[in-house]
Structures are given as C-alpha cells and as structure tokens.
Design a protein around this ligand. Structure first.
Ligand SMILES: [Zn+2]
Length: 670
C-alpha cells in the first residue's frame, strides 16, 4: 500500500487528505522523503555539467517536494492536535531533521557549485528575484560556516555544539528556580485579591500539594498578585524572588552561562568574518546594523522615560495617600498602576465580552480583506484533522487564490499561543502552487463563542500573517509569503490589527450576542483608551532589555555581563521603580537559543512600521483607501522576501519608517 502522505493529493485544491492519513504513516513517509531529498541534493552536487543557475539554484528550489508535504502536515497536527504518538515522533524527528539540513549546509561540493554561480552572477542575466534567491542561498551557506576549512571548521562545530548545550542549560536552570520557590498565603493574605487570582493561587497550591493557596513565580500568577495584593511586605518578598531567578548561586545560576555564551557567539561571528555577533545577526535583518537598532530604540527611550517618570510621581502620591512613606519600589508599581487603571478607565470586561462574537469577528476580518484586496471567502467542505477546524476557498474575480483554514478553539491537544503557518506555500516554480494557510488560536469554546478584546486582536493579527501568505505572488518558494527578515515579518500582522480599531468596523461587527445592538461609542472609547494604559512603564522595561541585549552582542563580549547590564542601565537613567522586562539571568529570548539574540528590538521595530504604515492610510483619507491598499499588496503583501525589506517599505511609503506614529499610538508623543 502506498503511503498517503507521498501520493498525489486528488483533493479539492490539493489540501492534504487528513482522513486518509494515520499516525503510523508519518515515520516511514519522513524517511522516504528525507531519502528522496538526499538523492536530489546528491544529483545536484555531483552533476558533471558546469554549474548554472538552473542546474544548481533552481534545482535546489525544486528539490524536497515530498519533504515539504510530509512536514507541512506533520507540524500542523503536532502543534494543533498532538497526542503521545505525535509527541514521540516529534522527539525522534527533530535530531533527524537537524542532521539532514546540517549535512546539506556543510556539503562542500554543493557549496562550490553555489559559489561558482554566485561569482558569475553579473554575467547571468538574472531577474531581480533570481538574483535575490542566489544571494540568499549563497549567504545561507556562508553563514552556516560552509566556507570554513580545517581548524576553523572544527572549531565552529565545537562552538555550535557547546552553544546548544548552554542554551538548554539556561532554560532548565530558569525553570528549576521558578519551580523551587513558592509562598504560602494565609486566608488573611487573600484579602483584596480578586476571585480569579485567589482561584489561581488555590489551584497552584493544590498542584504543589501544599494544602492551601500559594504564589509561585509563574508570570500568570505573580503578575496579578503584584497588581492586586495590598500587602506591601508580601509583594516585596514575591518580587525579590522573581527578580532572583537564575541568579541564586549554586547549580542553577545562569550568570556564568551568559558569560560563556556571549564569548562563544563573538568567536563564532569572528570565524565567519564579522566584526561582532550583532553585525552577523543583523546582516539578514531590515535594520542591518547595530547603529540603526540603537537609533530606533533611543528615539523611543527618552519619551518613554519622561512618561514613566511622570507616572511614577502620580503613583508615589497614591502610595503616600495610602499611608505608605518612602520611595515607590518595583513591587509597588503594578499595584498602584492597577488602582489607577480602575479609577481612570473603569473597563468592565464582563460587559464587553458579548460584543466580540467569534463568527462576527471572522466576518469582520474577511470583510476588511474584501474591501482592501477584493478577496472573497466561501466555506469549503474538505476533511480536516479536527472537527473544530473550518476551511474557506479564497478567490478574487472568480479565480482561486488560496485555501484558508481556521482552527480557533483551545483544547488540551493544542500548544498554547496563536500562530499562522502555510501547509503549502505559494510558488510558481517548478509548478504553480497556490497556498494552503492555517490560523491556529486558543479561544475558549462557548456557545455562542465570545472573545475578549485581546482575543479579537489576536484573530486579526494571525489573519494579517495569513494575508501575507495568501497574497504572495513570487516565483520561488524560498522567498514566498512570510519568508522575510525577522524584524519585517510582524509588519503585515500588526498592521492588520489596526483595522479592528476602525470605528466603522467595530460598529458593524462588534454587535451584542443577545440584543444584536452595536457597541455603544462610550464603551468603544474606553476599550481604545485602556489599550494605551501604563505605556511609559511597558516601553521602558522593554526598551531597557533590548538595549542591554544589543550592548551584549555589539563589540567585544563582556567579561562580566551583569556589570555591563548595570552600566547600560545607569547610562540610560533607568527609573528606580522599573526593572528590565527580562534581566540577564532570566533573559531566555537571548540565552535559551540565539533566535532573538541582538534581535529583541524586533518587536518594537515592527511596531514602529505598523504604526507608520497605518498612518499612510489615514493620511490618504481612510482605512480603506484603495490606492494605499493596492500599494500595500504590490510592495509588501505579494513580494515575500523577493526584495530587501527596507526597499519594499520605501516603495510602499516613499520613505523609511519614522517613530512619530508609534509614539503617538503609545500615547508618548510630546
Ligand atoms: Zn505574529
């Protein structure tokens, strides 16, 4: 019997035939697909003909079709609907895949052919996209160390192995410190805490078999405790424990790991020919240089600090009125900010919820896509992997564009968070393939399904990523859809969130589940006003972390990262009652792996762009301005990574993004 994962899928639009696939099919299909890909790679690297763009770069693009199919299906179900078998498979697959791709990037014969094409690039008469794919392919090999030989090559291997060990150790130490601490609460200590915090504290105590409510260092418990507990002594105790994670001495201390990690990264960058690790990491980003990142962060820092200091004065006054003397401390900020929020915004989540019905919000997102890009969405009946999944045939002018799948409800088999992925990405080479795109969320299931405002934002956010995949219109899959720089990939998603805030969208689609009436304007204003609350604090804690991350990787690695951290914060004039969002011994974004190392800034980089890009619509006369929508599709949503991100942005906006719209959006403009 043939493995259904490896057959041609004779289904509507070639959506994977989930009803025919069983878990036993994955392992043999993966082995077969890896074998086929290895054979294809060998045929390219051993080709006796002189290297050309077609027989090398295009051949690499065309290879791995079965692997794409198998992994597209497997990672979809492993993330959204796992079970013990799929978890075992995932553990077995990840080292296999790592070894497979490492073999390709260290294949000397293959690299020699890629380099030969690269050297000849000026003579090849390539299209702009072909030239870009060639550059990216060559650069990918170089960055992976393919050009290294002898002792350097051996050392690189050693460094990569050691960094992986350090990253894992960092994560485990942090978890160990988080698990080792808890603070029991007597019944009296619960006074002033809202029910949901008391419930969470009791649940945590029960899970730890401590016989009563406790506070733990889990962000989802300690943050609300710090927000609501009137007991300053308990807040201080909890905060100090939270702050000490990864820096408690002994076996689980992360400070030496941070030092060694930074030194090894610096050495790795030098081996590859870069002045610093930040130069190496930022080369592939829209920002490109440490200076560009620093300039952006510093232009946000000063207004944020000014706002935070003004807020600190208000909170200090509230604390003194409470009869507490002395300075506002880090364990006081969230408590008094929460009180202030209640006084100033008075937003009743329970009254708000009936206005955000899931089906109406899906309709809202689709309608925005129709008005902006002419897309139509018709329900599509295809077998999917779970009964809660829904599919739509996405068309324009009667022509099929993509399949969109929505898997919105939380369940035990789904990992947390929300994400968008392409089970099949758009491409025209070697054959035309239309995208199959999925949004996965974790909304509570109820009837009718109601969302919080944050949930509704998440829905729009992920749908923005989906548009980036669905409207992709490039030739080569390696640059299609969301295959763009990390600091550019959140632009379409964060930008699309703005349409949820357009008053005409909310008044049409935020209708009461019971009465069908539109949300009252006063409530809408409160929702939008509360979204900017305490932005001084949030911006300061974030930007401080991003600047410390950058300082760690720009220039020589520090002998003492903690001292470097202190020096950076002192230089910035960090407000006394605010700490970094992630201090060094807890900074998993930066030390658990190198995904966000010298890249923590990228959240804000994207936010600067989305604010600035949406302002382009407002300047043009409205959120649905057709010329702006065309430009957005032409220069950003259809182009994937086929051109440099900064060039794309300039083509859309006429200039690079400025921070003014972000400062205005965060309420930080002077
Ligand atoms: Zn996103």
């Amino acid at each position: 019997m043939t493995n259904p994962l490896l057959q041609d899928w004779e289904t509507p639009f070639g959506v994977a035939p989930f009803n025919a696939i069983s878990d036993e099919d994955f392992a043999p299909a993966l082995d077969a697909a890896l074998g086929a890909h290895t054979g294809e790679i060998a045929a390219i690297s051993d080709n006796p003909d002189a290297p050309t763009f077609a027989n090398t770069i295009e051949a690499l693009e065309a290879a791995g079709t079965d692997l794409d199919k198998v992994l597209g299906v497997f990672f979809t179900v492993a993330g959204a609907d796992s079970n013990p078998v799929r978890e075992d498979l995932q553990r077995a697959f990840s080292p296999k895949l790592a070894a497979h791709f490492s073999d390709i990037s260290s294949n000397k014969a293959l690299f020699a052919r890629v380099s030969a094409v690269w050297e000849a690039r000026e003579t090849l008469d390539l299209t702009e996209e072909q030239a870009r794919v060639l550059m990216l392919t060559h650069r990918g090999f170089v960055r992976a160390g393919a050009a290294l030989t002898g002792a350097d090559e051996a050392r690189m291997k050693e460094i990569k192995g050691r960094l992986a060990v350090l990253g894992t150790q960092f994560t485990q130490n942090l978890l160990a410190d988080e698990r080792a601490w808890s603070m029991s609460l007597a019944e009296d200590d619960l006074i002033g805490l809202p029910d949901f915090v008391v419930d969470a504290a009791r649940a945590a105590g029960a899970e730890l078999e401590l016989g009563g409510p406790v506070v733990t260092l889990s962000r989802s418990l300690i943050v609300p405790f710090l927000q609501f507990s009137p007991r300053r002594d308990l807040r201080e105790k909890a905060f100090r424990a939270w702050e000490a994670r990864g820096a408690n001495g002994g076996d689980t201390d992360n400070r030496a790991i941070a030092t060694e990690t930074l030194k090894l990264r610096q050495e790795r960058a030098r081996l590859l020919g870069y002045a610093s690790f930040a130069d190496y990491k930022l080369e592939t980003e829209m920002a490109k240089t440490p200076d560009a990142v620093r300039n952006l962060l510093m232009s946000v820092w000063e207004p944020a600090k000014t706002q935070a200091n003004a807020d600190a004065a208000v909170l200090t006054k509230m604390m003194q009125d409470d009869g507490v003397n002395g300075d506002l401390a880090p364990w006081d900020w969230r408590y008094y900010a929460q009180k202030r929020r209640t006084i100033e915004h008075d937003l009743d989540e329970a009254a708000l919820k009936p206005y955000f019905q899931l089906d109406r919000m899906i309709d809202a997102a689709f309608t925005c896509a129709t008005r902006l890009f002419g897309l139509q969405f018709a329900p599509l009946d295809v077998p999917l992997y779970h009964k809660d999944c829904r599919a739509w045939d996405v068309t324009r002018d009667g022509k099929h564009v993509a399949v969109f799948i929505g898997d919105f409800f939380a369940r035990g088999s789904k990992r947390s968070g929300a994400w968008c992925s392409a089970m099949r990405a758009q491409a025209k080479f070697p054959n035309v393939q239309t995208p199959v795109v999925i949004n996965v969320c974790n909304f509570a299931k109820s009837d009718p399904a109601l969302l919080s405002y944050d949930d509704a934002r998440t829905l729009f956010h992920e749908f923005g990523h989906a548009l980036h995949q669905m409207l992709s219109n490039v030739t080569y899959e390696s640059v299609s859809g969301t295959s763009v720089a990390r600091d550019f990939v959140e632009l379409p998603s964060q930008l699309f969130e703005h349409w949820l805030e357009v008053p005409e969208v909310l008044s049409e689609f935020a209708t009461h589940a019971g009465t069908g009436e539109a949300m009252p304007r006063a409530m809408l204003d409160k929702v939008l006003g509360a979204a900017n609350f305490d932005m001084g604090f949030q911006t300061v804690e974030y930007v401080a972390s991003a600047l410390v991350d950058l300082a760690f990787h720009d220039g020589a690695a520090p002998d003492d990262p903690m001292a470097r951290q202190t020096a950076v914060l002192d230089g910035l004039g960090m407000p006394d009652a605010i700490r970094m969002r992630h201090a060094t011994p807890q900074f998993a974004h930066v030390f658990a792996g190198d995904g966000y190392s010298s890249g923590y800034y990228s959240y804000m980089w994207s936010e600067v762009m989305d604010a600035d890009a949406f302002e382009a619509f407002e300047e043009a006369g409205g959120a649905f301005d057709p010329e702006r929508a065309d430009a957005l599709e032409k220069h950003i949503l259809s182009t994937g990574g086929s051109r440099d991100a900064a060039e794309l942005y300039v083509a859309f906006r006429g200039r690079l993004p400025g921070v003014e719209a972000l400062l205005k959006g965060r309420g930080l403009a002077a």
